[in-house]
Design a protein around this ligand. Sequence first.
Ligand SMILES: C[S@@+](CC[C@H](N)C(=O)[O-])C[C@H]1O[C@@H](n2cnc3c(N)ncnc32)[C@H](O)[C@@H]1O
Length: 210
Amino acid sequence: MSEHHQPTTDDVAAMYDRLTDLFVQALGGSIHLGYWDPPEDRTPIATAAARLTALVGERLAAAPGDRLLDIGCGTGLPALQLSRALDATVTGITLSTRQRDLALATARQHPHPDRVDFQLADAMHLPFADASFDGAWAIESLLHMSDPGAALREAARVVRPGGRLVIADVCLRTSPAGDAEHAVDATARIFQVARFLPVAAYEPMLTGAG
Ligand SMILES: C[S@@+](CC[C@H](N)C(=O)[O-])C[C@H]1O[C@@H](n2cnc3c(N)ncnc32)[C@H](O)[C@@H]1O
């Protein structure tokens, strides 16, 4: 992918403040891809998106009562889903005031509103003490960050030793060329994506972050 303007946290916040309601209408509440297996599966996006969240939850291997962090929580739907499914307490962070407000409003309908909390915070500078969570996840948020390595180091700091971090991101499987490269670049520009990385780039970043 060719170089383009690197979005700041303000750019990302402004885009989600403006477009979150539209994304909710189009996608059903979560702001991430669906999981369809096989690809011919015609399950609607909202259900397929909840399926992806459930897969992230399985990989967390959380215990009841665990404290979990959702890094880039969107409207809060994944946090609410996994708090119920895993019987866990979840803190979600986002850059967008609109998302934080929506998430807090939805949390009031949750059977245990005290088990979910949503805050404005930057994943690259987390306002939490060392080892304050048992686990964390980031669904399609790292791709927006100018320094995803910093966010991973912060995750390693705030998750207790032995706790898990689960990541779902939009990755490149091949190096796009021609029209495909233009499409990838345009998508990045419109949606304030810092870069789409090949899957292979994640392992060294994770190792480097401890
Ligand atoms: C594509 S949405 C995904 C939302 C949610 N994870 C979901 O799956 O529905 C990206 C999210 O990442 C958040 N985000 C991006 N950069 C961030 C940063 N530096 N710190 C905190 N959140 C960030 C955005 O505010 C937004 O909530």
